[in-house]
Ligand binder design. Structure first.
Ligand code: MN
Length: 158
């Protein structure tokens, strides 16, 4: 018996935008009730032999990811653009090549600046628990901090 060895070719970036050859672009569907805005995902790496996935997200100017927390982790590497993120109770400015670690059960949200898209790689566990969303009481607690309130309103400086 011979084992089939799969030797995938390097996944190449296609064209000037952050798109990769043969990788499907998943724009998140926007609903009035949806707690995210103007964000797309490409899954660059997913293989059962490694218990993680590598995705590329791009948030359009002024857009944002869902404010959430969960047991699984993220390691986020900014590739393009500027923005801000909330991690736990701290707002951070973001620029290319920053690496942001999201520990288990830590509230997090990413926001693109007004001027350009924010693109980042996100390493995540392949098996993931369902994200939790903040309750009205959680949001009220966040808003008690002026820096977090400005972040949530999209008016925090990058
Ligand atoms: Mn998350």
């Amino acid at each position: 018996m011979t084992e089939t060895v799969v030797e995938p070719k390097p996944l190449r970036k296609a064209g000037p935008q952050c798109r990769w050859e043969g990788v499907e672009l998943h724009p998140y569907k926007e609903l009035d009730s949806a707690p995210f805005k103007a964000i797309s995902r490409q899954t660059l790496f997913s293989d059962p032999r490694l218990l993680g996935e590598l995705r590329y997200f791009e948030i359009e100017p002024g857009g944002y990811s869902t404010l959430e927390r969960h047991e699984h982790m993220h390691a986020v590497l900014i590739l393009r653009g500027q923005g801000t993120c909330l991690v736990g109770t701290t707002v951070h400015g973001l620029r290319p090549h920053d690496l942001v670690t999201i520990a288990p059960m830590t509230w997090h949200q990413f926001r693109a600046s007004a001027g350009e898209p924010l693109g980042f790689l996100c390493l995540v566990n392949s098996e993931r628990d369902r994200p939790q969303l903040p309750s009205p009481a959680d949001l009220a607690a966040f808003r008690a901090d002026p820096a977090i309130a400005a972040f949530l309103d999209g008016t925090a400086a990058a």
